[in-house]
Unconditional design. Structure first.
Length: 131
């Protein structure tokens, strides 16, 4: 999908797979700027980085909610879950969506704990909308 022309991509999104449209556009742009890099690297690197970021954020959530040991355990368990490892290897949007949901959860906890200023709730809403 990321290698299609933009008009072809738009016509595909109009009838099929529209839920992944933002991901396909992101990957299209990434392939455009990556030049001669290995296509498999370009395809899978966003998923790997999103999984790493989600793992770190799960650890931060665990630490914030239950202490340092819980945070370490939460991050470790999350990282070794088979589905998380699978998403981290695939060239699909699942790892990015997972990372966005984890980030949104972290922002929700922060907004609730701080008694929600408008900025905190706006950040939560924006990340959740992106997910």
């Amino acid at each position: 999908m990321a290698r299609r022309s933009l008009p072809d991509l738009w016509s595909t999104l109009a009838g099929v797979d529209a839920v992944h449209g933002l991901y396909y556009l992101f990957m299209y742009a990434l392939f455009e700027v990556s030049g001669g890099l290995d296509p498999l690297l370009v395809l899978r690197l966003p998923s790997v980085l999103a999984t790493v970021a989600a793992t770190g954020t799960v650890a931060l959530l665990g630490r914030r909610l239950a202490g340092p040991r819980a945070g370490l355990l939460a991050g470790t368990v999350f990282a070794v879950l088979p589905q998380v490892q699978r998403y981290g290897q695939e060239g699909r949007s699942y790892a990015l969506v997972c990372a966005l949901v984890v980030w949104a959860t972290y922002l929700l906890v922060r907004a609730v704990e701080s008694r929600g200023g408008a900025r905190a709730w706006a950040a939560y809403g924006a990340v959740l909308l992106a997910a």
